[in-house]
Design a protein around this ligand. Structure first.
Ligand code: AVI
Length: 331
C-alpha cells in the first residue's frame, strides 16, 4: 500500500480502494459534467476566508454593512418580538468572527435578557477567534461554543426546556439552490421545538446595478475569490492549471433574483490532476458555475418559510431596504 501526502493535513491512501477527499470527488464530478460546476462551499479555505474578509470590507459589497446596521440599531426590537419569557438560548450556525452578532448580544445584555450563547462552527480555529472576540468585549456573557455538525448539536438542544433563538446570518441561505435551501431549513425545523425562533439574514431584490456591482467589483477581489478555487485544485489535487488562462464572469438576473458566478476558460485547454489521476478538458469560453447568490422578494421569503414549516414574525430591514433579518417562528 502506497501512502501519498499531498498537503500537510490530508493523506490519500492508494490501495485497491482509493480514498479521496470530498473536494477531490466534487472536482471530478463537477469538472466532467456537461455543464461544469463546483460548489461555492469550496471557496472557504484559509486563503479564501481571508479574501472573503476583503469582500466584506468593500464599499460595493453592501450586505455586511446593512446587516451590521440592523443588528446594531434594532436588536432591542428583535428581543421584544421574540417574546420569550425567562431564560433562552441563542444558537448560531456558522458564526464567523462574531462582529455582527456582538451587536445583538450587547443589546440583549443591556436590556437585561438572560441567555446562553451557543455558537456552532465546524472550524475550531473560527470558534477560538470568536470566543476571544466575544469575551473581550462582552466578558459577562454565558458562552458555550460547540465545534461540529449543526444537526448533532440541534438534536441535543431540542431536548432542552428553554426556548431557542437560532441565528443564520450573513445571507448564507442565498448560496443554496432552492431545493437545498428548503432541505436545510426543514432540517433546522425538525430540530426545533414549537415556539423556537430563527433569525435569518436574507439579501433582498433591489436595483440590479447595485447587486451587479457587489458581485463584479472593480477591485477584482471577487474574481480573486473565485480564482482561489483553481489555486486550491492546483495545490490540493496536484494539478497544473494556468490561472491566467481563466477569467471570472458574474451576472445578476433581476427577473429571478439570482446572481450566478462563473470561471471562464480563455482557450481550448486541459489540466491534469495527479491526485485524481485524471485530465480535464475545456473548450474556449466554456464556463464553470461556481456560485449562486439568491436575492429574495418578500413573497419568496413568506413562501419559503411556509414550505419549511415556519411563519414569518417580522422582517427587520436596514434603512435602504437592501437586506432583511427575517424572524421566523416554528409553527
Ligand atoms: C457568504 N455569502 C453570503 C456571500 C454572498 O454574498 O453570496 C459570498 C460572496 N460571494 C461573492 N461575494 C460574496
Amino acid at each position: 500500500m502506497a501512502v501519498y501526502r499531498h498537503s500537510p493535513c490530508k493523506i490519500i491512501i492508494m490501495a485497491t480502494t482509493t480514498l479521496l477527499t470530498a473536494f477531490a470527488q466534487d472536482v471530478r464530478e463537477g469538472f466532467t459534467a456537461k455543464n461544469k460546476h463546483i460548489s461555492s462551499k469550496y471557496f472557504y479555505d484559509d486563503a479564501g476566508s481571508r479574501i472573503f474578509m476583503q469582500i466584506m470590507a468593500m464599499p460595493e459589497y453592501y450586505p455586511t454593512g446593512c446587516e451590521f446596521e440592523i443588528l446594531s440599531q434594532q436588536s432591542a426590537n428583535i428581543l421584544k418580538q421574540l417574546n420569550f419569557k425567562g431564560a433562552f438560548n441563542i444558537v448560531e450556525f456558522g458564526s464567523g468572527d462574531g462582529m455582527k452578532t456582538r451587536q445583538l448580544l450587547k443589546a440583549f445584555t443591556t436590556a437585561g435578557a438572560q441567555f446562553t450563547y451557543i455558537p456552532i462552527d465546524i472550524s475550531q480555529e473560527a470558534i477560538d477567534a470568536l470566543q476571544n472576540n466575544i469575551t473581550t468585549f462582552l466578558p459577562s456573557i454565558d458562552m458555550q461554543p460547540r465545534t461540529g455538525d449543526y444537526f448533532e448539536v440541534l438534536e441535543e438542544l431540542s431536548a432542552s426546556e428553554v426556548p431557542n433563538l437560532f441565528l443564520f446570518l450573513g445571507g448564507n441561505i442565498g448560496n443554496y439552490k432552492y431545493e437545498d435551501a428548503l432541505g436545510l431549513l426543514k432540517k433546522f425545523n425538525a430540530g426545533m421545538k414549537r415556539g423556537d425562533k430563527l433569525l435569518m439574514g436574507m439579501d433582498l431584490q433591489k436595483n440590479p446595478r447595485v447587486v451587479q456591482l457587489a458581485y463584479d467589483d472593480p477591485h477584482g477581489i471577487t474574481k480573486a475569490f473565485n480564482m482561489n478555487l483553481l489555486r486550491r485544485i492546483n495545490e490540493e489535487l496536484e494539478a497544473d492549471i494556468s490561472l491566467d488562462q481563466f477569467d471570472f464572469y458574474s451576472n445578476y438576473n433581476p427577473q429571478n433574483g439570482e446572481v450566478r458566478s462563473y470561471l471562464v476558460s480563455l482557450k481550448k485547454q486541459h489540466f491534469h490532476s495527479t491526485v485524481l489521476n485524471q485530465t480535464f478538458f475545456f473548450e474556449k469560453d466554456e464556463l464553470v458555475w461556481t456560485e449562486l447568490s439568491k436575492k429574495y422578494s418578500f413573497t419568496e421569503i413568506e413562501s419559503l418559510a411556509k414550505e419549511a414549516g415556519f411563519g414569518v414574525s417580522h422582517n427587520f430591514l436596514d434603512c435602504k431596504h437592501y437586506f432583511a433579518d427575517s424572524l421566523w417562528e416554528k409553527v
